[in-house]
Design a protein around this ligand. Structure first.
Ligand SMILES: Cc1ncc(COP(=O)(O)O)c(C=O)c1O
Length: 470
């Protein structure tokens, strides 16, 4: 066996020891190195290949660990009998790709980020500590498939007080994110359903309704939210909407459109509205707008919300309030699904809500996000009329419209060259929008530090080659 056949590439991203380990392993598997053969000593092979002995040591240890060779004291390393070894080929090339695919931007205007400096860690820790002990050993067992009653009770009363949502805990289902609940709702509504969904809109809906080839129609959105008149011209019988703060344009669904949408739903027995109220906790101007579910008289609204904005996206707790007819079907058909939220997290959250900390946290965060938004508005004013803001009444993202000859893609690229991540509206569209529109950018501000908001906006403007108004 000629061990010089192993060509190790010094400049490769794969470490030398891994290249050697893979080469020897392959030679053993394809029989080039036979069972019982003694491998060269570490020193000899290191000399042959002009690498360090540590490189050989690492490669041999990995082969020993996987059972390809054995180490016999004072005798050396011997190739093992392969038949006794279950060989599982593992492709690890994607691991490096994954690591390389997450560039670190100096500023990220992602609409999915929250303020992490203001999280009440001490209180959360106290509830976590109280729960992880043998007084609560029942929490080690599976709980109710819809989620534990205590948390559903808290959610039900919170929703009534803050959003006018009418529900009983029995109507609520918990899931580990809107992403997990939506497919369940789709399953519940059955194959014959035709979905209307907002365009531009929440990417999840584009995937679930459009790319997954369900019968669906994108419905355009303007400054007053989704254009219900367009929905009326389609065969859709279930409409997904974000009425409190349209994602991603930030438009609030106008009062007339709300009534029009409910009236549309009442026209046929099988019509429903899926109301995604994902960031309604944060409303900064004007009167609070009640949920559609709260004004619905005929049980046609499936209400959906999440703790991803109000607490943290990593908690993975979202919920739906199903109309009575659907919850009965749900209980019949889906009770075999266990709840997807860990019970300990459910209980920490239930206690956090029960003792008033959730309401307190929301009040605090509302002030923090409002302050960030004020800074953004003031800073952007310096760049008007080239740049204008919309969608600033609620939530943690706004829309910037840029008067420029550049395209949206060019703007996103320019920002990227300055290490800034900004999101073009086109990333959220599923069917063509009006070509003549000025480029629009979705700017999430939740994750920016208050003291860095103004400078981040100036950096972005500089990157986009936009100068201040004279
Ligand atoms: C429109 C919309 N709905 C829901 C969510 C939350 O999803 P999840 O509960 O899966 O975190 C988001 C988060 O960005 C959103 O933009």
């Amino acid at each position: 066996m000629d061990f010089l056949m192993f060509q190790l590439v010094q400049e490769s991203k794969t470490p030398l020891y891994e290249q050697l380990y893979r080469a020897i392993k392959e030679a053993i598997i394809n029989g080039t190195i036979e069972e019982g053969i003694k491998l060269p000593s570490k020193r000899k092979l290191a000399d042959y290949l002009a690498v360090s002995q540590t490189t050989i040591e690492f490669a041999y240890s990995q082969l020993v660990a996987e059972g390809f060779i054995s180490s016999e004291p004072r005798r050396g390393y011997f190739v093992q009998n392969l038949e006794e070894l279950a060989i599982i080929e593992q492709d690890t090339s994607f691991i490096t790709q994954e690591a390389n695919n997450t560039p670190n931007f100096s500023v990220d205007f992602s609409p999915g980020k929250i303020d992490t400096d203001s999280f009440p860690f001490a209180i959360w820790r106290k509830y976590a500590k109280d729960i992880v002990n043998d007084e609560h050993k029942d929490l080690l067992q599976l709980g109710h498939p819809q989620g534990d009653y205590e948390l559903r009770q808290q959610i039900s009363s919170y929703l009534f007080q803050s959003r006018g949502v009418k529900s009983t805990p029995e109507q609520i289902i918990l899931g580990s994110g809107t992403e997990q609940i939506m497919p369940l709702i789709i399953q519940l509504l059955g194959d014959k359903t035709v979905y209307g969904f907002e365009n531009p809109g929440y990417p999840l809906t584009h995937h679930l309704f459009f790319k997954d080839s369900r019968m669906s129609v994108p419905i355009p959105v303007d400054n007053d939210g989704v254009i219900v008149a367009k929905l009326e011209q389609t065969s859709a019988n279930v409409m997904y909407v974000t009425p409190s703060h349209q994602f991603p344009t930030g438009a609030v669904l106008a009062a007339t459109r709300r009534s029009q949408l409910l009236a549309w739903a009442y026209q046929q027995d099988n019509r429903y509205i899926i109301e995604d109220d994902y960031d309604s906790e944060f409303r900064y101007t004007g009167k609070p707008i009640p949920s559609l579910q709260g004004i619905d008289q005929n049980e046609r609204v499936i209400y959906l919300s999440t703790f991803s904005k109000s607490l943290m996206p990593a908690l993975r707790i979202a919920y739906a309030v199903l109309p009575k007819s659907l919850i009965l079907q749900y209980k019949k058909r889906f009770s075999y699904y266990s709840a997807t939220v860990p019970r300990m997290d459910q209980h920490i959250l239930a206690n956090f809500m029960e003792e008033g900390y959730f309401a307190k946290h929301l009040n605090r965060m509302r002030k923090i996000y409002k302050r960030k938004l004020e800074i953004i508005t003031k800073t952007i004013m310096e760049y008007e009329p080239t740049v204008t803001i919309s969608g600033e009444q609620a939530g943690m993202h706004i829309l910037l419209t840029i008067r420029t000859t550049k395209t949206e893609t060019e703007l996103v690229k320019l920002a990227e060259q300055s290490n800034i991540r900004i999101y073009g509206l086109l990333e959220y569209t599923s069917a063509e929008l009006d070509e003549k529109m000025n480029p629009r950018l979705v700017l999430g501000f939740g994750g920016l530090k208050t003291e860095q908001v103004a400078s981040s906006i100036h950096q972005l403007m500089h990157a986009l080659e936009i100068t201040k108004a004279p």
